[in-house]
Design a protein around this ligand. Structure first.
Ligand SMILES: Nc1nc2c(ncn2[C@@H]2O[C@H](COP(=O)(O)OP(=O)(O)OP(=O)(O)O)[C@@H](O)[C@H]2O)c(=O)[nH]1
Ligand SMILES: C[S@@+](CC[C@H](N)C(=O)[O-])C[C@H]1O[C@@H](n2cnc3c(N)ncnc32)[C@H](O)[C@@H]1O
Ligand code: SF4
Ligand code: SF4
Length: 340
């Protein structure tokens, strides 16, 4: 497996990265994603892609279409039955250059070691607060302190050797934005990569209208004022702009889909747990139902052709709604259903 860091340059990217949602369910109810009161129609068991179907699509369609990097997400990927076997099978494919997972970390203390042994090397873990009460409120599980369980999962993943280890923080004004310096300081003597994500209007519209989002540049200025901030020496495959505190072991990433536009370097598509291929997170145009086609016996070459056609038109589909009001529209699938 090839390490995925590369020099700091922004250039148009080949679309070679597939985010796969393994399941739309979750053991958390994050306020910004799938709050307790949200009425969600979960995918029925029979509509989920089976492990075998998913592997077939990766082997026969996505790899031939040029995808070499895969991220497993959800919902919560670690509650997907058979996740370990799936990781092992994907990691063993020769053409797979990068296999990563985005998780809430709750089950990592007991699963990190087996995941590493199965071939996973990169983990992005959500950690929105260092305060147990704020965290429990944010993940919608008041009264049960989950923070220490997630923190133990992060430590375990670090010890097992996951590198890079990234922590994702969705910054919500008045909720956790005052913790930005504390969270940033985690990178000083640990080789962790803390990424601040601007809150997007998918998931909890009420919270978004009440609180809105904090521009990354404002966060950077606070960090600059405290320690100074320089361009990161390495960057990932994704939308984050990478910086670091001078002399720090880790880095700081800023995912700024509200204040900036990184769509010109978009290198990804998304596959939902029920087999819909989506060319853009924030634009619902152009999705294709690969599961139904596969189950109806459409040939692999025909499926490949459909994906290749979608790749051709993806630049036209990439998110263009900033000025035309898409941000206030409602999406038919939420973040937990798309995979972030
Ligand atoms: N607008 C937009 N946001 C994205 C995109 N990819 C990721 N994000 C945002 O970044 C968050 C964190 O993404 P991760 O799942 O950690 O993955 P990543 O940052 O792309 O991963 P790396 O491969 O480690 O760089 C997602 O939940 C989204 O909020 C994208 O293509 N477009
Ligand atoms: C949908 S979750 C799925 C994976 C896993 N359950 C987790 O939380 O890491 C993927 C990412 O989406 C982010 N996310 C969810 N809703 C968001 C929103 N409305 N705005 C910005 N990021 C969001 C989460 O913080 C997480 O980093
Ligand atoms: S952000 Fe992740 S952990 Fe939180 S509710 Fe959404 S899917 Fe679950
Ligand atoms: S908003 Fe769409 S086009 Fe832009 S980076 Fe995200 S997925 Fe790609």
């Amino acid at each position: 497996m090839i390490q995925s860091f590369e020099p700091t340059v922004n250039q148009p990217k080949q679309v070679d990265y597939l985010r796969i949602s393994l399941i739309d369910r979750c053991n958390f109810r994050c306020q910004y994603c799938m709050p307790e009161e949200a009425e969600l129609n979960y995918i029925l068991q029979q509509d989920l892609l089976t492990n075998e179907e998913l592997l077939t699509l990766i082997r026969e369609v996505f790899i031939p279409a040029g995808f070499t990097r895969f991220r497993l997400t959800g919902g919560e990927p670690l509650i997907r039955p058979g996740v370990m076997e799936l990781v092992r099978a994907i990691a063993s494919l020769d053409q797979v250059e990068d296999l990563a997972m985005t998780t809430n970390g709750f089950l990592l203390a007991k699963m990190a070691s087996d995941l590493y042994e199965a071939g996973l090397r990169r983990l992005n873990i959500s950690l929105d607060s260092l305060n147990a009460d704020t965290f429990d409120w944010l993940v919608g599980r008041n009264g049960q302190s989950l923070w220490s369980q997630v923190w133990a999962g992060i430590q375990q993943a670090y010890q097992v050797g996951f590198d890079p280890l990234k922590l994702n923080v969705v910054v919500i004004p008045g909720v956790n934005d005052h913790e930005v310096l504390d969270l940033a300081s985690l990178t000083i003597d640990r080789k962790w990569h803390v990424r601040f994500i601007e809150f997007m209007p998918i998931g909890n519209h009420q919270l978004f209208s009440d609180r809105a989002w904090v521009p990354s540049e404002e966060l950077r200025q606070r960090i600059r004022d405290r320690w100074g901030l320089e361009a990161g020496k390495v960057r990932g495959n994704g939308p984050a702009d990478v910086f670091q505190i001078p002399g720090a072991l880790g880095t700081l990433g800023f995912i700024s889909q509200m204040s900036e536009c990184f769509c010109d370097r978009c290198n990804r598509m998304r596959l939902s747990a029920d087999g819909w291929l989506r060319p853009c997170l924030l634009n619902e145009t152009g999705q294709i139902d690969l599961k139904t086609a596969l189950r109806n016996g459409v040939t692999f070459s025909k499926l490949l052709e459909q994906v290749q056609n979608l790749l051709v038109i993806k630049p036209e589909i990439n998110y263009k709604g900033r000025e035309s009001g898409t941000l206030t529209g409602t999406y038919s699938r939420t973040m937990s259903q798309i995979g972030g």
